[in-house]
Design a protein around this ligand. Structure first.
Ligand code: SF4
Length: 472
């Protein structure tokens, strides 16, 4: 039996597509093995969102060739689209598979294995600058509790810093009937939670022909009726989509989680205009006001870029004040990184790395305690927790430590168990609808089970609460 190994880089869409590719290889009779072991085929699903992502993509391709020089090494995805020439010239890479060819990857690999790779190399990067079709993919056997469901690809926004429209092409929405079919299938297999994913899901439906056209809110309303699907989470939303009508309809849907990731990028309208974002700080504020009026303590998260070209100290101060005012649950701070071929890469007044680092540190410090305060606001309240995996305290502690960025470490390792958790330290990790991580001691439970109880304080040093299960 041939062996295939995969490595995914980048966003949730890429990770969904990696899962679909793994499924296709399994169906074709391949054994899926860990990336670090010897395989016949290595697939690296690349990312190009920053220069670091490009570098990591190349490193993983080289790593694969080193692990088994006789293997077929496949570069798939976004980096293939943006720097094809470099990958073609790279001796470690045997086959390129572009973004709109991933559903055919097994066929392409088999052809390459029998006919020799260089011959077919050329054909497998689709032309994404026109109006390609949505590439149909369906995920049948993902993880056990939560599944990512891809609803669209591509983006038409062309923000001045972003390479994605070049790597992913224009918007292609997936038909709602196809999405519903996938979600019904996932529910039948016991998946309780879906996350709607895409490159720019707020644009969902705008490219569909008038007969099939539906907007994001129509799609969510349809998904909310799927029997057995308990939770629907939404991927990143644009503030402009948060109209009165959208928020009113959304908040009437019981399965939609009050957890919203909003694209912010900057709290300064001047910076936003240079980024060619289609909203102002005021639009964002208004969207947040509507969400907070409709939901009790929604978990609001956002991405912010520091050091965009021309970002003055005053503009940065506006962002700082804006973040403080909005009071997010979590913020992901990125330092601006030049992407070749984008307008921002050649803008004047590029910000030195030292200034970007200092601004990033200041934002990190500002938001550091916010997540904890938000979590703690639920202590003593009833909650429903969807269980994901069973683990031990030390494992969780180690994982948390490695996830914490440098500079935020320093928590002390808990030595013993804690209230509600059995002596041997085994317990379940799950999430509330607001995505707060919760530990629950419920022996004999299974992934995908919902448990109810009262939320209590979590162990020191871990970003979570503990569930005291309801007495029967
Ligand atoms: S909205 Fe802007 S940042 Fe997001 S993918 Fe499109 S171009 Fe990139």
């Amino acid at each position: 039996m041939r062996k295939a190994a995969f490595h995914n880089l980048g966003c949730k869409v890429n990770s969904y597509e990696t899962d679909v590719m793994i499924q296709a290889f399994k169906e074709a009779g391949y054994e899926i093995v860990p990336f670090e072991s010897s395989a016949d085929v290595y697939v690296v699903n690349t990312c190009t969102v920053t220069a670091i992502a490009d570098r990591k993509s190349r490193q993983m391709l080289h790593r694969a060739k080193k692990l088994n020089p006789g293997a077929l090494v496949v570069a798939a995805g976004c980096y293939v689209e943006t720097d094809r020439a470099k990958l073609e010239a790279d001796g470690a890479v045997d086959l390129l598979v572009g973004n709109n060819r991933k559903s055919r990857i097994v066929e392409l690999v088999e052809e390459a294995l029998t006919r020799g790779t260089r011959e077919i190399m050329d054909r497998e990067v689709a032309e994404l600058s026109g109006h390609p079709e949505y590439e149909r993919m369906t995920l049948i056997s993902p993880g056990q509790t939560r599944a990512y469901v891809k609803i669209q690809d591509g983006c038409n926004q062309f923000c001045t810093y972003c390479i994605i429209p070049y790597a992913r092409g224009r918007i292609r929405s997936r038909g709602s009937a196809d999405i519903l079919e996938e979600v019904r299938g996932l529910a039948k297999r016991g998946i309780k939670e879906i996350v709607l994913t895409g490159i720019h899901i707020s644009s969902y439906g705008m490219d569909l022909d008038p007969e099939r056209r539906s907007r994001l809110i129509d799609l969510i309303e349809a998904l909310d009726t799927v029997p057995g699907m308990e939770r629907i989470r939404l991927g990143s939303l644009e503030p402009r989509i948060l109209t009165e009508d959208f928020v009113e309809r959304l908040s009437a849907l019981p399965r939609v989680c009050p957890h919203f990731h909003l694209s912010l990028q900057s709290g300064s309208s001047a910076t936003l205009a240079r980024m060619r974002r289609q909203y102002t700080a005021e639009d964002f504020r208004e969207g947040v006001r509507r969400l907070r009026a409709a939901y009790d303590r929604p978990a609001l998260t956002a991405d912010v870029i520091v050091g965009f070209p021309g970002e003055t100290e005053e503009e940065f101060a506006e962002t700082y004040a804006f973040l403080k005012e909005i009071d997010f649950y979590e913020i992901h701070v990125f330092r601006y990184s030049k992407r070749r071929g984008t307008p921002a890469a050649v803008m004047p007044d590029q910000v030195p790395d030292s200034v970007k680092a200092e601004r990033s540190d200041r934002l990190e410090a500002l938001i550091r305690d916010r997540s904890e305060e938000f979590r703690r606001s639920f202590i003593g309240e009833k909650a429903e927790v969807l269980l994901e995996e069973e683990t031990g305290l030390k494992e969780l502690y180690r994982r948390t430590q490695s996830e914490l960025a440098a500079g935020k470490a320093g928590q002390e390792e808990p030595e013993t168990g804690f209230a509600g958790i059995p002596e041997d330290g085994r317990f379940w990790i799950g999430r509330t609808a607001r995505y707060v991580q919760v530990l629950a001691g419920c022996p004999g439970a299974e992934a995908g089970m919902t448990v109810r109880g009262i939320l209590r304080e979590g162990p020191a040093g871990l970003p979570c609460l503990v569930l005291e299960p309801e007495k029967e």
